[in-house]
Design a protein around this ligand. Structure first.
Ligand SMILES: C[S@@+](CC[C@H](N)C(=O)[O-])C[C@H]1O[C@@H](n2cnc3c(N)ncnc32)[C@H](O)[C@@H]1O
Length: 282
């Protein structure tokens, strides 16, 4: 695992309160990578990633889902609409929680989708209260990842699943350059640490979960950053960011860093699904 001690929770919250509008302009309502099989547009590739995770997690109509780090409610609203799930989204950003709530209202989903502005590392939920604890690209921001997974394992019912997509540090970082690339990504994208695929499997298993799927999707998601970088070059987004805040400019400039880290293998992109055994004492 690569750690970055300068990242603080208040900086993460500030970043998402300030930069969500940039994510909306660049990426649409989903703040996550796309999953490509051909040359689909990015919005479709993002839905493909969401659908694929839902398939891997075995999401069923009516499931109770906790969407950890829900952003603008992209997954939460999608799962509520497509699968008739009862989905709760949680985000550390008050702006995102309001945005997601309005988005659910516009789509007439308020009976099935609700949103909390809370730090998931402090949040409490009843044991066994969800069929699926779902998280796309949020666990990177958590400070104590093993504890998060053991708490999430309590929240999920026996037979329920934890389904995760996450940016990863490469399993074997061979050089100081590789480690520096991952560190730069952590710093630029406000991640206190990036775990490897082996770390994620270890955290889930140590929490009492049984792995049902582990995928490396790096090659199928990497194009996200080529598209975003081109969009920044073609549009005035960087100039707009300069008027607002220097950290947002640095964040936009980091898009090349992450692309390079994927290309060199210093970073990977993983999907993990694990099931809570039905014999669990919880
Ligand atoms: C890259 S965005 C992903 C958003 C969403 N999952 C999606 O795919 O559109 C990361 C999300 O994690 C949230 N987040 C970061 N740290 C968090 C924490 N401690 N508790 C709750 N949410 C957190 C951010 O507010 C943001 O919504």
């Amino acid at each position: 695992m690569i750690t970055c001690p300068t990242v603080r929770k208040d900086l993460i919250r500030y970043h998402y309160n300030l930069s969500t509008v940039f994510y909306r302009l660049l990426w649409g309502p989903h703040i996550h990578h796309g999953l490509w099989s051909g040359d689909e547009p990015i919005a479709q590739a993002q839905i493909q990633l969401t659908q694929r995770l839902a398939q891997e997690a075995g999401v069923q109509p009516g499931d109770r889902i906790l969407d950890v780090g829900c952003g603008m409610g992209g997954s939460t609203n999608h799962l509520a609409r497509q699968f008739n799930c009862h989905a709760t989204g949680i985000t550390v950003s008050s702006l995102q929680a309001h945005w997601a709530t309005w988005s659910a209202r516009l789509r007439r989903l308020t009976d099935r989708a609700n949103f909390l502005c809370q730090d998931v590392e402090q949040a409490e939920f009843e044991p066994n209260s969800f069929d699926v604890v779902w998280s796309i690209e949020c666990t990177e921001h958590l400070f104590d990842k093993p504890t998060f997974f053991s708490r999430a394992a309590r929240w999920v019912r026996p037979g329920g699943r934890i389904a995760i997509c996450a940016w990863l540090a490469g399993d074997e970082l061979k050089s100081e350059t590789d480690r520096q690339q991952v560190f730069d990504v952590c710093e630029g994208f406000f991640c206190p640490s990036l775990g490897s695929a082996a770390d994620y499997v270890d955290w889930l298993q140590s929490a009492g979960m049984e792995m049902t799927a582990t995928y490396d999707w790096t090659d199928s998601v990497m194009r996200t950053w080529e598209i975003c970088r081109d969009r920044i070059r073609r549009t005035g987004i960087r100039h707009l960011a300069r008027l607002i805040d220097q950290d947002t400019v640095l964040f936009l400039d980091c898009f090349d860093t992450i692309l390079n880290a994927y290309r060199t293998g210093a970073m990977r992109y993983g999907c993990f699904v694990a099931e809570k055994p039905t014999t669990s004492p919880d």
